[in-house]
Design a protein around this ligand. Structure first.
Ligand code: AHG
Ligand code: MN
Ligand code: MN
Length: 337
């Protein structure tokens, strides 16, 4: 009888690192600490209704979003899990206005971590899937202390990116530039086990994901593109199905597996000042790295997300991401406006 190989996330990370000459194991430790934080957040998300961590803190964050208690919990959990390992020199979170330094008592490492601790948190009270997104860079400054410049990067400089989706099961998906791999948490043993090896996104899907309630604020290209997707033409697979959860991680994860396109275009009500919503460093760049590794594409409509140099920690961008052919079609519509 053939034995099924059980691969834990730890084993997988170690084996991936062995492929890199001169690897020190530092990176393995970093991802391992992150997986541990994800398991703890998963446990809290799953018992959220019982643990008095639902609801609002009464505060708004730097983006003007209402802060949920679980956002704060997840943010603190990641900071505390990652600060002492000696792998990081600095962190930045969607929930913190400034960069997060590593406390003096802990050794400093060569990596930079950026994260969205809880994505889609406005959904949590209704038991809808939420997620965590992370992105890792190598430090680039050489002074004694790491600085904000270590966080203001171009997506192509990422050494790893991933997300955790807290859904009907908890999954962690990551890339280090050698394909995209997915692990499902087996709660009975508390381990992430390899369940989706070398994920490839279909080159064309049948799903589009966008907040249609904002349609009146879109640019003309996006309006025309969504109208195009709704036309009946079986030869090109139209009409597409609309699927929108409102949790980027969950919408992205579904489209990664099934194929499709997710769009969050800028608000063009003032055409001179388009206002995007999603954050470059914590949301767009990490998912762009993953989708490209899976054979897909991510752009603003006119520029590759991975090529954008961040100039501000909380910079926002339009995001169009998913199956390659679908994103290319969108870009044609966008460029004609
Ligand atoms: P976050 O919960 O981290 O602030 O992110 C929310 C984001 C993203 O998850 C989702 O795709 C989008 O906001 C939904 O926005 P709308 O409610 O405007 O559709
Ligand atoms: Mn988010
Ligand atoms: Mn968030």
């Amino acid at each position: 009888m053939q034995k099924t190989k059980v691969v834990t996330i730890q084993r997988h990370i170690v084996e991936q690192e062995r492929l890199i000459p001169k690897a020190t194991g530092d990176f393995t430790g970093l991802l391992w600490d992150l997986a541990l934080a994800a398991k703890t957040i998963s446990r809290e998300v799953n018992k959220a209704g019982l643990a008095d961590i639902l609801g609002l803190t009464g505060e708004t964050n730097i983006h003007g979003d209402i802060v949920k208690k679980l956002d704060v919990y997840a943010n603190e959990k990641i900071c505390k899990s990652m600060e002492h390992g000696g792998h990081l020199c600095i962190m930045a979170s969607e929930e913190n206005e400034e960069v997060i330094s590593i406390p003096d008592e802990f050794p400093k490492g060569k990596y930079v971590l950026m994260f969205d601790p809880l994505d889609g948190s406005s959904n949590i009270d209704a038991n809808v899937s939420v997620g965590t997104i992370f992105s890792v860079y190598r430090r680039k400054t050489t002074g004694t202390e790491a600085a904000v410049e270590d966080c203001l990067r171009r997506g192509t400089e990422q050494v790893a990116a991933g997300y955790v989706v807290y859904g009907s099961s908890t999954m962690m998906v990551y890339t280090t530039g050698q394909g995209v791999h997915g692990f499902t948490l087996d709660p009975s043993i508390g381990e992430f086990l390899l369940s989706h090896e070398n994920i490839k996104i279909p080159s064309k899907g049948k799903i589009y994901s966008i907040n249609e309630g904002n349609a009146n604020s879109w640019d003309e290209g996006t309006k025309k593109y969504t109208a195009y997707l709704k036309e009946n033409d079986t030869s090109t697979g139209r009409p597409y199905a609309l699927r929108y959860i409102g949790s980027l991680v969950a919408d992205f994860h579904r489209n990664l597996l099934y194929g499709g396109i997710f769009l969050y275009p800028a608000d063009y009500r003032d055409p001179k000042k388009p206002k995007p919503k999603l954050r470059l460093l914590y949301e767009a760049a990490p998912l762009a790295f993953i989708v490209e590794q899976a054979g897909g594409r991510a752009s603003t409509g006119k520029e590759r997300i991975m090529d954008i140099q961040a100039t501000e920690l909380h910079q926002k961008v339009s995001l169009v991401i998913g199956s390659k052919e679908d994103v290319l079609t969108y870009e044609k519509f966008f460029s004609h406006t």
